[in-house]
Design a protein around this ligand. Structure first.
Ligand code: A3P
Ligand code: MG
Ligand code: MG
Length: 368
């Protein structure tokens, strides 16, 4: 079957600041609880409250309740949430693209991430392209990551992953702070870390000519969700990062900022809290980043290792092209191989929507 190719390089052709961006607005939300049970609404929302420092992220590693995410969840939770919204509003949620925020992050960062690859599945239904992660690829990547040898003296991948979740637990409250007791704040240290619970925001946004509906996890809200739907929500993204000791670390951190920025920019998360940790997993200081000003800082005071405008213009152009490429049903693979400067798109199934779309969703949409 024929392969369509979209060149990522040279990225200079995507320079400038001409692309219009629609501010992401939350249209719905859903939650998973500690047992990974799905529900509509915000039952798993968390409230930011700074951790006590220094914070030891190792504590409780032996009791970590880690989610097994090897099963393929497709777009199910996102589509169920959209269906519920459409039933409530009696209006079709129009978009050119519906996908997880994680897929968009991979596209948005592709111009400055030669090394990594990705594989996604896509299908077109009622004029919208639905994109999911290719689950076999995801599981293969995880296996590679698990088997990666760490230099002697360094923490294992598993331990470092725990640090990230532990930092989140130490930095949030289950209720707004004015409804939380001092004892509850102090008890965060003893909480068992369980990464099944999540709050996911579903937003409407747009880049260039492409309207998108994206679903993605948000870690916490700064204060409270505003009562008025049109008001922006002060979301907070929590991150840990190794303390910067030299120029090499600085460059590494700057590259990491690309991921932080892309992930938060897409859902409209205005603030990122970075907990800087040492090699032993102890956080000694916090830094508050304003998402919107990250690209400017990287350009002006950093090494300029990436350019946010190029990412945005590239994404706009890629989706203009993708909409021309995927216009019928069937399943398409969207693939970038490691170290490759191109994104390939090719058909892997001639008709239908595979498992990308649940039958509940296609039946609902066909009955509208
Ligand atoms: P850090 O980002 O602080 O390392 P997120 O920041 O996206 O909310 O993710 C929370 C944590 O999940 C991360 O914390 C990290 O511990 C873990 N995590 C997320 N994506 C990961 C990946 N691709 N590989 C390993 N761990 C990951
Ligand atoms: Mg998170
Ligand atoms: Mg986080």
């Amino acid at each position: 079957m024929s392969r369509a190719r979209f060149d990522i390089q040279p990225v200079d052709r995507f320079g400038g600041s001409g692309t219009t961006i629609r501010r992401p607005r939350e249209i719905a939300c859903f939650s998973y609880d500690q047992n990974r049970q799905f529900s509509l609404g915000d039952s798993s929302i968390s409230y930011y409250y700074p951790p006590d420092l220094p914070a030891d992220l190792n504590i409780g590693f032996n009791t970590f309740q880690k989610l097994n995410d090897s099963a393929d969840e497709h777009l199910d939770a996102l589509l169920d949430t959209i269906t519920a919204l459409e039933k409530e509003t009696e209006k079709k949620c129009e978009a050119d693209i519906i996908t997880w925020r994680g897929m968009m992050t991979k596209i948005l960062t592709a111009p400055f991430d030669m090394m990594n690859g990705f594989e996604m599945n896509a299908t077109c239904f009622q004029g919208t392209i639905f994109i999911e992660e290719n689950n076999e690829y995801k599981n293969r990547q995880k296996e590679v990551q698990r088997n990666q040898r760490m230099p002697p003296g360094m923490a294992s991948q598993e331990q470092m992953m725990y640090w990230g979740y532990k930092f989140e637990v130490l930095s949030v409250l289950r209720q707004p702070w004015d409804s939380t007791t001092r004892a509850e704040i102090e008890n965060r240290q003893n909480e068992v870390v369980n990464n099944s619970a999540q709050y996911c925001s579903v937003v409407k946004t747009g880049i260039g000519h492409t309207r998108m509906v994206l679903g993605g996890e948000v870690d916490a809200v700064w204060d409270c969700k505003p009562d008025r739907k049109e008001d922006t929500i002060h979301w907070v993204e929590l991150k840990t990062s190794a303390e910067i000791r030299n120029d090499r670390d600085m460059l590494k951190y700057e590259r990491k900022l690309l991921k932080f920025w892309a992930q938060s920019f897409l859902l409209g998360v205005p603030t990122i809290i970075v907990g800087f940790r040492d090699q032993e997993g102890i956080v000694h200081r916090l830094e508050e980043l304003d998402t919107a000003s990250i690209p400017g800082k990287v350009k002006k005071v950093g090494r300029g290792s990436w350019d946010g405008n190029i990412c945005i213009n590239f994404t706009a152009a890629f989706f203009d092209w993708l909409k021309q490429t995927i216009q019928e049903d069937g399943i398409w693979r969207i693939r970038k191989q490691e170290k490759s400067p191109v994104i390939e798109v090719f058909k892997v199934e001639d008709s239908g929507h595979g498992d990308i779309l649940s039958s509940a969703f296609t039946s609902w949409r066909s009955s509208m």
